[in-house]
Structure formats: C-alpha cells, structure tokens
Design a protein around this ligand. Sequence first.
Ligand SMILES: O=C(O)C1=C[C@@H](OP(=O)(O)O)[C@@H](O)[C@H](O)C1
Ligand SMILES: C=C(OP(=O)(O)O)C(=O)O
Length: 423
Amino acid sequence: MSGNTWTAPTATGPLDAEVRVPGSKSITNRAFVLAALSTGPTLVRRPLDSRDARLMQGALAALGGRVEPQGDDVLVSPLAPEGTEPASVVLGNAGTVARFTPALAGLGSRPVLFDGDEAIRRRPIAPLLRALSELGVDIDDDGRGAPPFTVRGRGGIAGGKVELDSSASSQFLSALLLAGPSFESGVTVRLVGDAPPSEPHIAMTLDLLRRFGAAPERSGVEFHVPPAELNCPEYAVEPDLSTAAPFVAAAALAGGTVRIEGWPERTTQPGDWLRSLVVELGQRADLDANGLTVTGTGEIRGARLDLHEVGELTPVVAALLCFADGPSVISGVAHLRGHETDRLAALATELSALGAGVTETDDGLVITPAPMHGGVFRTYEDHRLVMAAAVLGLRVPGVEVENPATVGKTFPGFTAAWQEMLS
Ligand SMILES: O=C(O)C1=C[C@@H](OP(=O)(O)O)[C@@H](O)[C@H](O)C1
Ligand SMILES: C=C(OP(=O)(O)O)C(=O)O
C-alpha cells in the first residue's frame, strides 16, 4: 500500500488457497430490518461487519431499535416508541439502507431526515417514494424524488394496493415487501414497466420474510404480503457469494485451486450463478458440504452473458473476460448506471486505459481482449471496482488501485485476504 493506492499483486504460479469471505450484505441488511420489525429480539449470527452493515445498524438505532454486538453476532431488538423529536438516518452510499429504511420511519412518530453521500443523491429512488406516499407515508422531498428527504412518521402505515415500476432497482420492490407485514392492511404490489433486475434478490426477500413468519405470495407480476407478527429468535447469515467472486475469478485466471469456505448448498444469493459461469468459461467448480472448490486452467473462453439477474457481479466478470481467448458481450445491465457509480462507464474507461478493448453499449459492455499494462485504476468509491482491479492485477504487473479502502462497503479486510490467498 502506498499513499492512497494499492499495487494489486500478481500471481506467480497456480493457487492453492482456502478463503473465508464475510457475511452477505444483502442477507445481513434484510435480517437487521426484519429483526427491527419483529415482536422480540433476534440474534443475527455472523452478520457482515462493513460500512453498509454499520450504516444499517445506525439507521435502526436512529429509528428506535437496539443493536448490540455480541462477539461475532449482533442482537437486534425491535423498534420501540421513540418520542417525537426529529431524527436523522445516514445513508452513506448503501442502496439497501436508502431503500429499506424510509418505510420504517413511516411506522414511527417523528420526522426523520434521510441523506448520505453525494452518490446516493443521484441513485434512483423516486418510484419507491411515490409508492410509499400512495400507501400512506408522508414524505417531503421538495418534489425531487431523491435524498435528502424527510419522512414524517404518523405512527403507522395503512398499506394496501400499489403499482410499482421497479425496473431501475429490485430494491424498490424488496423495500415494500419487507415492510409489508407491518402495514395495517399488508401490501399488494403490482409491477408495471420493464421487469426488475436482480431476481435472486427478490427471491431472497421472500425467503427471509418466510423465515421471520410472514406469508408472502407471488403470482407473476403481483406480490401480496398480508399483515403478520414477525419473530425469529436466531438467524444465521451465509457468506457473501458476490464478495467471493474475485476469489473464484482468481482460480480461473491463475490456475490451481481456491476453496471458498461455507458456500451454501442451497441459497437465493445471485453469486451462486458463479458456479455455472466458471464451467461455461472452461473451469471446474465442485460444491460439497464444506464449500466450493474452483479449479482453474488459466485459459478463459469468451462468452455472451446476460447479467440482468446478477448485475452486481458485472465488474469482476468484466475484468476476468479481459483475459479470454476471444471477444465477449455483457448485456442486460443498463441499471448499473444507477449503482455506486455508472459502472458501465467506469469499467469501459478504466479497463480501456490499461489496454483492453472495452466499449459501452446501451445495456452492457463489449470486451475485446488485448495486451494490458500497468497504471492507475480509478475506483469511483465503488467496492466492486477495487475487486475488479485486484483480478486484473493477477496477470498485469503495476495495477495501482486508487482508494482501496472503499472496498470496506462490503469487505474491509479484502486486500489482506487477497494477499493471503496469493502467499
Ligand atoms: O436487494 C439487495 O440486497 C440488492 C439488490 C441489487 O440491487 P439492484 O436491483 O438495484 O441491482 C444488487 O445489485 C445490490 O447489490 C443488492
Ligand atoms: C449495487 C450494490 O450495492 P447497493 O446495496 O448499494 O445497491 C452492490 O453492492 O453492487
């Protein structure tokens, strides 16, 4: 590490490593929200501890919940009546906090100001705020449909039927479904517009709701969540399979084996798709009760991939495909322009700057492998761009990753774990 850059290490031979990745961001922040809406405390076991997870804990504390770390676990107590004094929720650049917590403020009885990093002010949220207003939440956003906005809690949310365009982010739909059991009439959401991205994250929302005692139903584009008392005394968080992506890519690129501990045999996480991806790209993936073993050849096949359902994997997949034996096309991910940064623009710019032939399309990237060279890789305060740059560094000496600490959004120990994998 020098100054504010990190020189991504190269792989000097085939790997033989065992890796433990931290808890899933998406599962952790759903479990925290549902625990706060429950009738009794929940021990969330081995949750993620990272910027986004701490922002969620801070939001729940600001909204009247109690969050107590207990070793590797966190005990979350339900939101309690908290008076009428104004409060504020810090969003950072966490999509899950920005989308999942405004409804919780609507259940309380005070004005709550929501604001965060510059980047979160630009990320889409207007369709969700509109739907919440229609369901009975009083939101003052000066008509901008973006943070900063204030939710004026009225001690409850009527709920009922609403139409929602969730094509810019699946998190709008997840937000309504997670809070639905706590609405007086529950919630019925009819999706309109283009299909939401990130289907696995929607399945994850339904799965966690059921684990907490709710009874969500889905029929095509219509979702119904009846009112319910939630309760789940203990919930164990799975390792984050999207965080595992660069380690899986490392086995493919460097050759040898990387074992990811605790990879679940069944999961709703989008990262599980990596198992079939590596096979499509010419590698091996073996899943057993202890985890996933990826055995790589160092030779990557080019591919045409629609990543609509697994968009958050795009940065690492794009970096990997820069070393394929032919061109690749990634499609279905126009919504990545509204992620931590415009990821399509960032990837095209940064990968091209180091020599790869990468161009943007309307909804993806065209990647034409070419000899790459070292240089600064800018990361735009996007954790997954740090991970993508680390993958490049395996084969390209001198990749200087700018602001590596931004990876702390989901994995504060990433650079140390990466060095360890290579040692
Ligand atoms: O619900 C979630 O936990 C997430 C849903 C997805 O969001 P989008 O549907 O906005 O891509 C994903 O990209 C994000 O990292 C986490
Ligand atoms: C899109 C992502 O994050 P967020 O939860 O902030 O939407 C991501 O982690 O890739």
